[in-house]
Write a protein that binds this ligand. Sequence first.
Ligand SMILES: [Cu+2]
Ligand SMILES: [Zn+2]
Length: 189
Amino acid sequence: MARAQFSPNQRRLSYGMLRMRNPMTRVLVTTLVFAAASLAADKIQVQMNNRDGKPAGTVTISPAKSGVSLKGKITGLTPGTHAFHIHQNPACVAPDFTSAGPHYNPTKKKHGHQNPEGHHVGDLNNITADAKGVAKINATVADATLTDQGNSLFANGGTALVIHAKADDGKTDPAGAAGDRVACGVTKK
Ligand SMILES: [Cu+2]
Ligand SMILES: [Zn+2]
């Protein structure tokens, strides 16, 4: 049987594999693979549901230049202003959504951007529903991440996006006097 001849390309390939055996190279390659995995947080689509468990819009979460971007649309709201928060548990059990727990607060602050002892990482600006009950979402959470580091939205196995019946006053601890939870969506990898 004829002996297999290696082409120059195959030779280069096996040379590369030999070099991989070098422990330093292996450490470097492993580190790069892990770094790429933690940087490459994909877009997450969050399905929002109302108190009847029916669809109430979607929100897409993606990495922003600094922090995390939330974009989407909430439907079926009463026209007017509504509080919008990230809550700490990845659980949205209708009808009251208390399963979502309090605001996501990994830095142990008080509620509200106007609170001198604030704010929770999960505190977002109010959203406004039009006459048809539709509210557009376009927010950036500067102090959150989608990686395994920092204030990750996947800490605790995930978090939840919650819309309230009333507006957030931006300062009343712990929840901005925003009233009932009217829509909820789980944020999970
Ligand atoms: Cu809330
Ligand atoms: Zn809060």
